[in-house]
Design a protein around this ligand. Structure first.
Ligand code: FAD
Length: 521
């Protein structure tokens, strides 16, 4: 017989199957020998009190043997000769769109400007070591998109976005640990993601789909408000009347292209700020309220939000035991973000700390119409490049020095490989962002004792939090409001924020596209 229990235990018991079995038997009056297996279904940590607890949802097999059933992938058909759907971008949105097309019996043709996961590595090394940014292959562009060398946190703020569990199960089917189905805050890690992405690619190709790397789309062919094809950088044209556009939030040339072709796009508010690095030990001490987190607790994350003069300032994409990454997509700019390995075993933690922006903040760039926010974002990234010394070094300041308006006389070691230049954040940001950061960090220090320390360093800027543009689409057909057959998709189009929601939106667009083809036939 299977029994479902929800229990709260110490981190040590949660980590030790024999101790857990004893605990379950004792608390529920079950003879210990009758318990054949305990399957943890959900796990979360409650660190609100000094006495930290782990909440577990369990399936307990009493006098019944447990049979392990691996997660299986859908039975994907051969689509070699099936009708084609063109997908631009091989990020989570594009790849899950492609998988969904295959599952529904259609042949995806994926066009990706960057390289495959393995060849992408060389370009990441070039950014980190030689300060060279390849515009087609970097932390944002290439197979798996911005999701590949990311942190791989797999939770989404909005539960309304769709079937999260389905995406997690597909990831397990393609090689992710099944623990992502159990953890309340699942995480894969940068070292594991590339193999999972490569397995997805291999499946798409094995079933007859196509993926074209190092192939950049530069134009759309549109006649009578319908898509008729796409043009590639080498001048080749692909005729098609269905295009899923999943080019991500950093595809500025695509936003420019749409604008200059009079295809409707809208400015969208986003958030921007810095990436702050603390020692992981300090964050553990603050969050777990103890000297040392010991062997049973994971490196602690944190999440914090404050209002400063009516403007939100909050932590974003926090990476425990992680590293700050150089995420520029063009020469002449610097951008930070963060990642962590699966074990989160780096000595540092980092988090984006960003200030909420509104459309009126983009006024100085209003001549760019709906691209105003994008130009605002770009201007800060270029300013930071210039202040940082015109390499991939970023402007940086110790945290108390930032709050007290002092340039740091020296800087501690950083995980950010290209290095730091000591600078006043007032040189990088407009006054309203700079003053919000100063006040906001003080308020963070009041809530998290020890957080406001000069051993922590801010790195500027964290600017690619979400898309500065929305590409409008019909809420039912998911086609662009003006252009038939064009499906704006994923984070770049403003319909996702993160790996899971981008993957969900990718599937949704593929389903909408297939539905429209089948309606016509
Ligand atoms: P993208 O992933 O941006 O993919 C778009 C793809 O389109 C790219 O591969 C690009 O090369 C391609 N493309 C662009 N223009 C063209 C063109 N003209 N022709 C052909 N191809 C083109 N999210 C999380 O949920 N959890 C995390 O822990 C996390 N950590 C992150 C860490 C880092 C360092 C970064 C950079 C991002 C992180 N993110 C994280 C964000 C996450 O990666 C994105 O939200 C997600 O990848 C968006 O998916 P997407 O498919 O919509 O777009």
């Amino acid at each position: 017989m299977q029994h479902e229990f929800t229990i709260q235990v110490s981190p040590e018991i949660a980590a030790n199957p024999e101790q857990l079995k004893n605990d379950v038997a004792r608390k529920n009056g079950i003879p210990i020998d009758d318990i054949k297996h305990i399957k943890i279904v959900k796990r979360s940590i409650d660190a609100r009190q000094r006495n930290i607890k782990v909440n577990l949802k369990l399936n307990v097999y009493v006098q019944e043997e447990y049979i392990y059933r691996p997660i299986e992938l859908p039975d994907y058909p051969d689509v070699s000769n099936a009708p084609e759907i063109v997908i631009i971008g091989a990020g989570p949105a594009g790849l899950f769109s492609a998988l969904q097309c295959v599952e529904l019996g259609y042949k995806p043709i994926v066009i990706e400007r960057g390289k495959d996961v393995r060849n992408r590595r060389r370009d990441l090394k070039a950014i980190n070591q030689d300060h060279i940014v390849n515009e087609d292959s970097n932390y944002c562009f290439g197979e798996g998109g911005a999701g590949t060398y990311s942190d791989g946190k797999l939770y989404t703020r909005s539960k309304k976005r769709g079937d999260v569990q389905r995406i997690l199960k597909l990831l397990v089917g393609f090689g992710a640990t099944d623990q992502i189905l159990v953890e309340a805050h699942p995480h894969i890690g940068t070292n594991k993601l590339p193999n999972i992405i490569a397995a997805i690619r291999e499946k798409i190709i094995a079933q007859g789909g196509e993926i074209h790397f190092e192939t950049r789309v530069t134009d759309f062919e549109i006649k009578s408000s319908k898509i008729h094809g796409v043009t590639l950088l080498n001048g080749d044209k692909i005729a098609t009347n269905r295009v899923i556009l999943a080019t991500g939030h950093s595809a500025r040339d695509i936003f420019e292209l749409l604008y200059h072709k009079n295809i409707e796009i809208e400015a969208k508010p986003f958030a921007l700020g810095v990436r702050v690095e603390h020692s992981q030990k300090l964050i553990d001490q603050i969050q777990y309220k103890c000297e040392d987190r010991g062997p049973y607790l994971p490196p602690s994350p944190y999440s914090i939000v404050k209002q400063v003069d009516g403007r939100g300032m909050y932590s974003f994409c926090m990476c425990p035991g992680g590293v700050i990454a150089a995420c520029a997509t063009s020469p002449g700019e610097v951008v930070t973000n963060g990642w962590s390995p699966s074990k989160r075993d780096q000595p540092t933690s980092n988090s984006g700390i960003v200030v909420e922006l509104r459309e009126e903040d983009f006024k100085p760039f209003s001549k760019y119409g709906p691209l105003a926010g994008m130009y605002f974002q770009k201007s800060i990234e270029q300013k930071a490049w210039s202040v940082g010394g015109e390499t991939q070094r970023v402007p940086a300041q110790r945290l108390i020095d930032l709050v007290e308006g002092r340039v740091s006389s020296d800087l501690p070691e950083t995980s950010y490989a290209p290095g730091l230049t000591s600078a006043d954040m007032g040189m990088v940001f407009p006054k309203f962002i700079h003053s919000t950061l100063k006040e906001g960090f003080k308020a963070f220090g009041d809530s998290m004792k020890g957080y406001l320390t000069n051993e922590a360093v801010v790195h500027a800027p964290e600017s690619r939090t979400s898309s500065p543009i929305r590409i409008p689409r019909d809420w039912q057909t998911l086609e662009h409001t003006q252009i038939k057959g064009l499906y704006p998709c994923g984070e770049g189009a403003g319909y996702a924020g993160g790996i899971i929601s981008a993957a969900i939106d990718g599937e949704k667009c593929a389903i909408a596209c297939v539905r429209s083809i089948e309606k016509k036939n």
